[in-house]
Design a protein around this ligand. Structure first.
Ligand code: ADP
Ligand code: MG
Length: 347
């Protein structure tokens, strides 16, 4: 098990260490995920310029690279394959949905689930919480490089911006699946968030909680609702997008450095397609910033009492769709199974 502390950073001054402590940066991982300009700003009383801040971060990343937790700046493709083998996959509760994902929700990635109100995004998140238990308890899971792994049972962080989390629903799903509801509920660290500023601060401080709770799955339901409500005027769009981009950028770094899965939900906007006048179409909200910030984008549509999930953007999946349904078991397969390739509009 790798064991290193901030004292292992070459030539780190003791007043810099103190200052990092004041900024709540207490581990090599927490330093490695920082952004140079923000860190320089935080350390500015110490006259640390952006270059020195960048060097501190680079030294933290170097320690993680030497311990094979991060890839080198340039890695050969076979090294990348070794790192890919460290990816774990969380089951969704529907085996068809899992096949559609080539196994499940992956670590080292951000999986975005977009859809209309009532399409089942939060139900997917609830089911994931219950279904994740088998992986959270899997002793063969390769996280031997993680210095926190032995400390606490593995857990889930659930960031809830719409007050839609229901512990009793997770309990019900777990019971239906013959899983131990008490064990599952104890492993979910839930946090209600009420403002965009609070969400941003929480995301900034997330490494501390990921380490403290030994979390392997972070769910943000939803990533956009607070920003969308608070930055509604045209003039505020640029700022909103910058703030969203910053959060996603951080989440991406956390997914990578801690080898965790990050699931975010997203809302939709309607748009008119000039080639089909009179029809309104739905697309994921948040524009390119959210689209590019996520590794996988899954769009959920209602179709009668079933739901259709469409893989809209992925570096490794075909453009395809799958049907699932929602019941007391959470999300599950429909009786008629189908994973199909679809056209660009998702039909
Ligand atoms: P979103 O988060 O996308 O707004 P939800 O995940 O909250 O939507 O989905 C809500 C829908 O899930 C409800 O409209 C209902 O159709 C379905 N649902 C919730 N609980 C159950 C249940 N116990 N049995 C069957 N369907 C359910
Ligand atoms: Mg919801």
């Amino acid at each position: 098990m790798a064991k290193f502390t901030l004292h292992d950073i070459p030539d780190i001054a003791s007043d810099t260490l103190d200052k990092l402590g004041e900024l709540n940066i207490n581990s090599v991982y927490q330093l490695a995920v920082q952004n140079p300009s923000e860190l320089a700003w935080g350390l500015s009383n110490n006259f640390v310029d952006i270059h020195s801040a960048a060097r501190l971060i680079a030294n933290a990343r170097k320690i993680l690279t030497e311990n094979e937790i991060l890839s080198k700046e340039f890695s050969t493709a076979d090294d990348l394959l070794v790192r890919r083998h460290k990816i774990s996959q969380y089951k969704t509760g529907s085996s068809n949905f899992d096949s559609f994902l080539n196994g499940g929700i992956e670590t080292q990635s951000i999986t975005e689930i977009a859809g209309e109100f009532g399409s089942g995004k939060s139900q997917i998140c609830h089911t994931l919480c219950a279904a994740a238990i088998s992986l959270l308890k899997d002793d063969s899971l390769d996280d031997s490089n993680n210095e926190f792994s032995q400390r606490l049972p593995r857990s889930i962080i659930y960031i809830d911006t719409e007050s839609s989390f229901q512990a009793n629903r997770v309990h019900q799903i777990a019971e239906q699946k013959n899983l131990d509801p008490e064990d599952i509920l104890k492993r979910i660290y839930h946090c209600n968030v009420y403002s965009s500023e609070q969400l941003e601060a929480l995301i900034d401080n997330l490494p501390k909680f990921i380490e403290q709770y030994n979390s392997k799955l972070v769910i943000v339901d939803s990533i956009i609702s607070l920003h969308r409500a608070e930055f509604s005027g045209q003039g505020t769009l640029t700022e909103r997008q910058q703030r969203l981009g910053k959060m996603l950028n951080r989440l991406r770094r956390y997914a990578d450095i801690y080898n965790i899965a990050v699931v975010i939900t997203n809302q939709v906007v309607s748009y008119a397609d000039s080639s089909h006048p009179g029809f309104d179409y739905m697309k994921a909200a948040g524009g390119n910033i959210v689209g590019h910030g996520s590794t996988y984008r899954i769009f959920i549509k209602r179709s009668g009492k079933n739901r259709t999930a469409i893989m809209q953007d992925s570096p490794s999946h075909p453009y395809q769709r799958v049907k699932f349904t929602i019941s007391e078991n959470g999300i599950e397969d429909t009786s008629s199974y189908k994973t199909e390739e679809v056209n660009e509009l998702g039909w």
